[in-house]
Design a protein around this ligand. Structure first.
Ligand code: OOB
Length: 548
């Protein structure tokens, strides 16, 4: 039998002098996922690592699950370096599967449970994935149906593995194989997984994160978020999102030997009983949820007194809301302003209250280089609003396989253009003031205006469409599509169903549709889409003011 040939590991390239610097500073220690997970399985063998549903795995059991699944995946014909799209919800198997992929040197590509065929197909195509792993059902959706459509469209996705009832596919629970073929530990500078971007222009980009850089980000986060072996960290947001994964997230918690508790949903009904039962100490939420929790806490009979740190991030928490959250939950607030591409800012647990309430924190690392610049790239003074650029020991230098996006999103000297507009205070704390890119931040879910416009334009009765963000009391922002009908005007519900029918996550369906005869721009000649969206948004806000 011939040896299976591994695929060439993906790499993310930092210039040599930066590599040397980040190693010398002790950020990059040559640690890898499988090595640290194996070490914890010895050190904390009998401590509970993961709690979810009826499952309680010790560290030793989690590692055993990872080894079994890893061996099984290789026995099924996957080879190290293969990319695997993982679409699992907040269930223990999500963590076991991801650890197994690391163990076998397979590269997870994270999809959110809300994603549908169009998005999953895009991730699989872009990453050249050979496998897809999902649950049988999650939140009333049958992912096996999605798997069938995916394989019909992309035969290169040769393998499908399913948690639960696998139907014609292979069950994760049944996987096993000889342990000998399992590879040794990977190169710490190789890409451990591909995370997905919020996607401000068109489709999501894939974000390659290395063992060295990602482990540094959550190891350092642990110190700033107060996570140690005695902590109990709850995953309330979708586990595949970078925030609950690494800021400090469940990986930070596992690195520390702490306990991870997976909440099946983000609302108080699901989370509060678990907080009381497991004595949860830390959880991360997006602003609308934090407000919901704060309101519900007053009426709740559950004991929430174990909560020490409530982290809020993913979208802007305005000071008034921050005050309500603190008053309602009575624990320490930590603001988190991060991005899957890297840079994460935290308010510090010992920051003065005013900074915690009014800023989005400061970078993790002394070697996070943060620039705030004007439209011409010139630095602005502290206190002035400008574009945020970032470079550092856990911020990527480029997207996976996307030269056009890289040319747009990175400066020649390797700074990532975050698209966010911020103010920097003399203390180094950042205040997010808006953004320069056209996406909608809908309760922390990022939606590209362009992506949704393209789907609307494909409708036969749409002549033109522009999608903008409008303020929403609950979500922070919601999406509003301005549509010029072509021929007979479609009904709004029809257009929403159309977008959903294009195989997209439900959160991308426009919340509101406004029909207009023309975009009515006053500018002479052709204006950019961005300018058009800005004008429509301004007109919407003006109309609201008149109406109210
Ligand atoms: C997190 O990551 P992504 O990749 O879903 O989104 C990043 C973008 C940022 O560029 C910014 O526009 C926005 O989300 N954002 C915030 C924010 N946190 C993120 N805007 C205002 N205030 C905040 N606190 O969302 C993410 C990743 C890791 C940790 C936390 C959040």
């Amino acid at each position: 039998m011939s040896e299976p040939t591994a695929r060439v590991p993906l790499r993310q390239i930092w210039p040599d002098d930066f590599v040397a610097r980040y190693r010398a500073a002790g950020y990059w220690r040559g640690e890898t996922f499988p090595a640290f997970l194996r070490a914890r399985a010895r050190e904390f063998a009998d401590a509970i690592a993961v709690v979810g549903g009826d499952t309680r795995w010790t560290y030793a059991q989690l590692w055993e699950q990872a080894e079994r699944i890893a061996a099984g995946l290789l026995a099924q014909g996957l080879v190290p370096g293969d990319r695997v799209v993982v679409q699992l919800g907040n269930i223990p198997e999500f963590i076991a599967v991801v650890c197994a992929l690391f163990r076998a040197q397979l590269v997870p590509v994270y999809a959110l449970p809300a994603h549908r065929l169009t998005e999953v197909g895009h991730f699989a195509r872009k990453s050249e994935a050979s496998a897809y792993i999902s649950a049988d059902r999650y939140e009333a959706f049958d992912y096996r149906a999605l798997a069938r459509e995916l394989q019909a469209e992309l035969p290169s996705v040769r393998h499908v593995f399913v948690v639960g009832d696998a139907a014609e596919f292979v069950a994760i629970g049944a996987l096993d194989g000889p342990r000998d073929p399992l590879p040794g530990d990977p190169d710490p500078q190789s890409v451990a997984f591909l995370q997905i971007s919020g996607g401000s222009t068109g489709l999501s980009k894939l974000i390659p994160r290395t063992h060295d850089d990602y482990i540094y980000s959550f190891r350092a986060s642990n110190a700033l978020c107060g996570i140690d072996a005695a902590s109990v960290y709850m995953v309330a947001l979708p586990a595949a999102h970078n925030f609950p994964m690494s800021s400090p997230g469940f990986f930070g918690a596992l690195y520390a030997g702490a306990r991870v508790v997976l909440s099946p949903g983000p609302g108080p009904d699901a989370a509060f009983p678990l907080i009381a039962r497991e004595r949860v100490t830390c959880v991360g939420l997006v602003p609308p949820l934090a407000l919901l929790w704060a309101d519900a806490a007053g009426r709740s009979t559950h004991d929430l007194s174990s909560l020490q740190v409530l982290q809020v991030g993913g979208a802007k928490l305005v000071p008034e809301a921050a005050r309500r959250v603190v008053a309602g939950l009575g624990c320490r607030l930590q603001q988190v302003f991060g991005m899957a591409e890297g840079l994460v800012n935290y308010t510090r647990l010992d920051d003065p209250e005013e900074l915690v309430l009014t800023t989005q924190g400061r970078p993790i690392s002394d070697d996070d280089e943060v620039l705030v610049v004007d439209d011409h790239g010139m630095p602005v003074a502290d206190g002035e609003v400008g574009h945020l650029l970032a470079r550092g020991p856990y911020t990527i230098r480029g997207y996976h396989n996307d030269a056009a996006a890289n040319a747009r999103s990175f400066t020649a000297d390797g700074f990532y253009r975050t698209g966010d507009m911020v103010q920097r205070l003399p203390s180094g704390h950042l205040v997010v003031q808006g953004r320069a890119t056209d996406h909608i931040n809908r309760a922390g879910e990022k939606i590209s205006a362009e992506e949704i416009e393209d789907h609307l334009l494909a409708h036969p009765q749409v002549f033109d469409a522009a999608v903008v963000s409008v303020p929403d009391d609950y979500l922070g922002e919601r999406s509003c599509a301005f549509v010029i009908p072509g021929g007979e005007k479609p009904r709004p519900a029809e257009l929403k169903a159309w977008v959903r029918g294009r195989g997209l996550a439900a959160f991308k369906v426009p919340d509101q549709i406004v029909f207009v005869d023309a975009f009515g721009t006053t500018a002479v000649g052709k204006i950019s889409r961005r300018e058009l969206r800005a004008q429509l948004r301004a007109r919407f806000l003006e109309d609201q003011k008149d109406a109210g």
